[in-house]
Design a protein around this ligand. Structure first.
Ligand code: ADP
Length: 187
């Protein structure tokens, strides 16, 4: 069984929570570029030193850097049969690169986790991460609309996009997402 998935959704849509659950449920690694960058910052690696100020401002780390990190991670043995990518791709350059990197098979399924505006900022301010200042949140939401939301059209044209309602209890959202995935797997 191959299950190579991407989860798209605005900051605060609940991607992180659902990814942990789905990764366990389907036995595939959760690959979060945000988590990878935060670990690099904590470890004080060269990448971490470069990424820190960019992340604090809510800006995007350069595409070449991100593509390199993801290439390395997808090359590890646990990602051969499937994975759940979270936070990547975030731009059309990253999406096109990924498509080529995974050729000929490509991505199997792209889940779009959708949550109303008002819920998002509230959730983000509540979690209090270091880069969750109001200015950085606004910047990330703007960049999401400009850079990442257009990827929905890209994956929709490829026939890979499935939209899911991300509003509600965590269990309820997990059930919705897993039903969509199971439908895909049964097809
Ligand atoms: P959020 O879901 O709140 O946007 P993430 O944990 O996915 O946060 O990412 C945190 C930060 O890491 C982003 O604001 C950005 O600076 C950087 N980052 C993560 N993934 C990427 C990516 N694919 N391309 C560029 N920058 C990224």
């Amino acid at each position: 069984m191959n299950l190579r998935m991407i989860i798209l959704g605005r900051q605060g849509a609940g991607k992180g929570t659902q990814c942990v659950r789905l990764s366990e449920r389907y036995g595939i690694p959760h690959i979060s570029t945000g988590d990878m960058l935060r670990s690099a910052v904590e470890a004080g690696t060269e990448l971490g030193r470069m990424a820190k100020s960019i992340m604090d401002a809510g800006d995007l780390v350069p595409d070449e850097v991100m593509n390199g990190i993801v290439a390395e991670r997808l090359g590890e043995s646990d990602a051969v049969e499937g994975f759940l990518l979270d936070g990547f791709p975030r731009s059309d350059i990253q999406a096109v690169w990924l498509n080529e990197a995974l050729a000929p098979g490509g991505i199997d399924l792209v889940l779009s986790l959708e949550v109303p505006d008002e819920v998002v900022i509230e959730r983000m301010l509540a979690r209090g991460r270091a880069d969750d200042t109001e200015a950085a949140i606004r910047r990330r939401l703007d960049l999401y609309e400009a850079e990442t939301a257009p990827l929905m059209g890209y994956y929709s044209d490829l026939g890979k996009l499935v939209r899911a309602n991300g509003h509600g209890e965590e269990d309820e959202v997990e059930k919705r997402l897993s039903e969509l995935i199971d439908t895909y797997l049964a097809s």
